[in-house]
Design a protein around this ligand. Structure first.
Ligand code: IFM
Length: 498
């Protein structure tokens, strides 16, 4: 059980964070925010969401399982097919004044079988395709920011047809295999890449895969297994970090560093469902700790809270473990929205709270995906990570908005908050919009449209949405003004997906 003292500390931190947000909201502040010339302006994708032909992954099996994907959508049909459209994607990045592109290299594409991985026989076509992408980016002067694992795992490590067996990160061979994967990728492409992400959103996969059932292996309320996945991902991250540091010996961008290796977390502004209800306030503190801080504590401070209870008093807990500490050169933050926690409803063990991520009972505008639009929440979650003292990259921020009526305002308002956060002393190095293109949104298929660019479902032709020009202008001028934001229409009704 979590001690009263522990939660008092966590609640105090939460109060501090919400003070900062109130201050931010009250602060009419400057009429513009500016960003330095070396700021990373970019957008992001992930292999499974934009490539095709990844049937040999756990997700490849999952999408073929009837009933798992909305509308029966298939990433092999009607998607961006990114590896066959490298020039088109680099052209739209360039046209939008972006100097950085975040994408993932897929492990199962490079090593389609266990035998190929064990023998280190990389697939020639895969290597050629990623080489082509790196060459095109280099020619366009666009910096790659590369993710080693973005939700998918090779089917030889994770098979959702056998959900009762240990899968993916639960298997003892996965962490050492991931370490090897990271080492080989960093050795092969370290001359192209300086900015690396180990694992994308490590806590989303266990939550969705073992608690909610929407990701492979599709289990519901298997809490102990979910926690073990989270623990193994910490170990995998630390091993991957060390492997990249050893293998990437080339300073590709001439900044004096051969590599910047970070974790990417999906942070939410966690709020009590009923702000005047003390039990909900405490529930929010527990969820905030678990979702936003638990992983970072482990890989930055080496504080291993094995039982996830918010203190380091447990029999397996460790403080400042040197095998884990200082394993993130920067924090990658994916920020989209708020979530609410309550002491009532479907209360999950460990956090002793129910969690709502969409259709929040707030009066904020919503996205097509039923998420709250809450730009000030960006500052709330940035304040939470200020104590770690690390550089920060916003590795994802974006909106599902098929009609493109709210995206320009969404982007500029978030950038404005980011600028204010910079001015308050946070070392923020970049902003990646999610996503460069409309793509395959996991269990929701193609319906949520996050793209700055549309993708024709028949021809895969890319076309810029009007908001792409608004983002491009911010990147070009390095500033966002209140006047620009005020000139945009107010948020309108979303086009809900389902
Ligand atoms: O599409 C996802 C991405 O894969 C991870 N971060 C959140 C995005 C939107 O849901």
């Amino acid at each position: 059980m979590t001690s009263r003292k522990t939660w008092t500390v966590i609640l105090a931190a939460a109060a501090l964070a919400s003070c900062s947000s109130d201050d931010a909201a009250k602060d009419a502040g400057p009429s513009e925010v500016t960003f330095p010339p070396d700021f990373m302006w970019g957008s992001a994708t992930a292999a499974f969401q934009v490539e095709k032909g990844l049937g040999n992954t756990d997700w490849g099996i999952w999408v073929k399982t009837p009933g798992k994907i909305a509308n029966g959508d298939d990433p092999d049909v009607g998607g961006p097919d990114a590896l066959a459209h490298i020039d088109a994607d680099v052209a739209v990045l360039k046209a939008a004044n972006q100097n950085t592109y975040r994408f993932s290299i897929d492990w199962a594409r490079v090593y389609p079988t266990r035998d190929a991985f064990d023998a280190d026989q990389a697939d020639a076509a895969a290597i050629a395709a990623y080489d082509e992408l790196f060459a095109a980016l280099r020619a366009a002067g666009i910096r790659p920011l590369v993710t080693m694992q973005h939700f998918t795992l090779p089917d030889w490590l994770s098979d959702p047809r056998e959900p009762e067996e240990p899968q993916g990160w639960e298997r003892p061979e996965t962490v050492p295999a991931f370490e090897t994967w990271c080492r080989r990728v960093a050795a092969r492409w370290g001359g192209e890449v300086d900015w690396w992400v180990t694992i994308n959103e490590p806590l989303v996969a266990p939550l969705a895969g073992y608690v909610q059932g929407s990701f492979p292996p599709g289990l519901i309320l298997k809490i102990e297994r979910a926690l073990e996945v989270g623990r193994q991902e910490v170990l995998g991250h630390a091993k991957c970090y060390d492997a990249i540091k050893a293998a990437d010996t080339i300073d590709a961008d001439g900044d004096g560093e051969t590599s910047w290796v970070g974790i990417v977390q999906h942070q939410r502004a966690v709020e009590p469902e009923l702000p005047d209800e003390p039990a909900d306030v405490e529930a929010a503190a527990r969820v905030r700790y678990l979702n936003n801080l638990w992983f970072i504590n482990a890989v930055v401070r080496g504080d291993w809270d094995d039982d996830f209870d918010g203190n380091l008093d447990g029999p397996k807990d460790r403080k400042a473990d040197p095998a884990l500490a200082n394993r993130s050169d920067y924090l990658g933050i994916n920020y989209y929205s708020a979530l609410t926690a309550s002491a009532r409803g479907l209360v999950l063990p460990v956090v002793d709270a129910s969690i709502r991520q969409d259709r929040l009972l707030t009066d904020r505008p919503k996205t097509d995906f039923h998420w709250d639009i809450y730009p000030e929440g960006l500052r709330v979650i940035l304040e939470e990570v200020r104590p770690y003292g690390l550089p920060i990259v916003i590795t994802e921020n974006g909106i599902a908005d098929s009609a493109d009526k709210n995206r320009a305002r969404y982007v500029l308002e978030h950038l404005f908050q980011l600028g204010l956060a910079r001015e308050s002393g946070l070392d923020i190095r970049g902003y990646m919009y999610w996503s460069l293109l409309d793509n395959f949104e996991w269990a929701h298929g193609y319906c949520p449209r996050f793209g700055l660019h549309t993708v024709d479902r028949a021809t895969a032709a890319r076309a810029a949405r009007p908001s792409a020009a608004v983002y491009a202008n911010a990147a070009k001028t390095g500033k966002v003004t209140r006047a620009e934001i005020d000139a945009l229409p107010p948020y309108g009704e979303p086009t809900y997906c389902e």
